[in-house]
Design a protein around this ligand. Structure first.
Ligand SMILES: C[C@H](N)C(=O)N[C@@H](CCCCN)C(=O)O
Length: 464
């Protein structure tokens, strides 16, 4: 009996040190409130980003600009972001994510305010300047949204958390697609919708302040923890980022072309190939984002439960390939729904990819370099978003008379094949290098050290 008692005591003592201190907010239910604030951080940005495309004819009319000039609103957003998120991520690692959240949220509001004002006073150059400033804040805000989340959700719930950010973000895009035309039809002006976009950006900023307060409170409860000098990011550290990380960045560049670049041409694609009106095509192209809003958290939870992130990344890249092969094989038809059904597969693939790819970055870079890691992957994504539409536009312009969309689809197939290939190379690399993308182990030497310390402590207590 006495023996049994001492055995159970030993068991209790052994388990106890593995419990984290209760004043660590990241281990309490408060982390879900933090997740809510993190998700709303980019809501205004996602909403306002898509507003010009929904109101394209009306804005062109108001500013007396042609479609080439109109495209500036998107180029000035994406083009600088081929580089800028890298600096945004570096800034976030160097000065802290909280300051970065504040600065980038302010830039988003400032940029959207200038854009709305410019459309109100009918000035095209000021509107371009507004979109440029909006872009400086917007993509960097996405970077820091991911970085700060990795400090609150480690390992087990990371993909669910990233899935939630994509879900709420894309909900913002869908709400924009629904609300903006309604605002226009009830007010007869584009201006109201743009100021409403600013209102949402300010709301995101205010909720972002709550996020900052929660993060400060978390650190206060944990007590001061000075980063060792070896744990501070230096530009030269980038050279030591592993091959897997660079493969993931390349993979992100191409897979996002298969989803977002396709989505940007999907309206005209559905009108031309399946004879839908622009309003009907608008409904169809929302399918991808609606599916993403619904399924991203679900696939995130599944990935957290089952691990095997590399399987998910590979399968979603394969799904992109299947979608574009189906599109090239699908004959043109009158108001048939097959293309729409294919968009459900695209939305599923995007949900899987979005939650598991972003959630894989902390498995490939050290935690003190997470911001820079997210920044580089976001820069890669924006590179795809900049060059993808240019190439697609050029192919379409040159080949549409004779071949319709065949060569455009062929381009997406080639890009998807690169996606599958890079995912396979990442898989092979991961198998030989610790299988972080298989077992969902956080790539963070300081946490590994403290885990080892806890294990040692539990062993010592058990022996005593
Ligand atoms: C809005 C941005 N251009 C974008 O496309 N973001 C990604 C997700 C980024 C997640 C980082 N926290 C998206 O798929 O929406």
């Amino acid at each position: 009996m006495a023996n049994e008692d001492s055995e159970s005591q030993q068991l209790t003592i052994e388990i106890q040190p593995k419990l984290v201190p209760i004043h660590d907010l990241t281990q309490t239910k408060w982390r879900y409130l933090f997740l809510f604030f993190d998700c709303t951080l980019c809501l205004g940005n996602y909403f306002a980003y898509d507003t010009p495309s929904v109101l394209q004819p009306e804005i062109m009319d108001r500013l007396h600009i042609n479609s080439f000039e109109f495209n500036w609103f998107y180029s000035v957003y994406s083009f600088p972001n081929m580089i800028l998120p890298f600096f945004g991520g570096f800034l976030s690692d160097t000065f802290g994510s909280r300051l970065a959240v504040f600065i980038f949220s302010l830039l988003v509001c400032f940029g959207q305010a200038i854009f709305a004002l410019a459309i109100t006073i009918e000035s095209f150059p000021i509107a371009v300047l507004g979109r440029f400033i909006f872009g400086l804040g917007g993509e960097n805000l996405c970077v820091v949204q991911g970085t700060i989340l990795a400090e609150w959700f480690t390992g087990k719930e990371l993909s669910m958390a990233y899935g939630m950010t994509i879900s709420i973000g894309r909900l913002g895009s869908v709400i924009n697609n629904i609300l903006e035309p309604q605002f226009y039809s009830s007010t007869g002006s584009v201006v109201f919708g743009l100021w409403f976009g600013l209102f949402l950006c300010i709301l995101s900023l205010i909720l972002g302040l709550f996020l900052i307060f929660m993060d400060i409170h978390k650190d206060t409860l944990l007590g001061p923890s000075k980063k060792k000098s070896s744990e501070k990011i230096k530009i030269s550290d980038i050279k030591s980022f592993n091959f897997g990380f660079w493969m993931l960045s390349g993979n992100c560049l191409v897979v996002y072309i298969c989803v977002l670049t396709f989505n940007s041409i999907a309206s005209l694609y559905f009108q031309t190939r399946f004879n839908f009106s622009s309003i009907e095509a608008g409904y169809f192209i929302s399918i991808t984002y609606i599916v993403a809003a619904l399924f991203s958290p679900i696939f995130g939870i599944l990935a957290d439960r089952l691990g095997r992130h590399i399987y998910w990344i590979f399968s979603s890249a394969l799904m992109m390939l299947i979608v574009h092969v189906i599109f090239i094989l699908l004959p043109d038809c009158d108001k048939c729904i097959w293309g729409g059904l294919n968009l459900i597969i695209l939305g599923m693939g995007y949900s899987i990819y979005g939650s598991t790819m972003w959630g894989s970055i902390p498995f490939l870079v050290d935690s003190y370099a997470a911001g820079t890691g997210f920044g580089i992957v976001t820069a890669a994504q924006n590179t795809g978003m900049t060059i993808g539409p240019i190439i697609v536009g050029a192919i379409h312009y040159k080949t549409e008379h004779q071949y319709g969309y065949t060569y455009v689809s062929l381009f997406f197939i080639i890009v998807a094949v690169i996606g599958v290939t890079t995912a396979s190379m990442l898989w092979v690399w991961d198998r030989k290098n610790g299988q972080h993308l298989f077992t969902a182990k956080i790539y963070d030497s300081s946490r590994l050290e403290s885990a080892n310390e806890q294990e040692d402590l539990s062993k010592t207590l058990a022996i005593n």
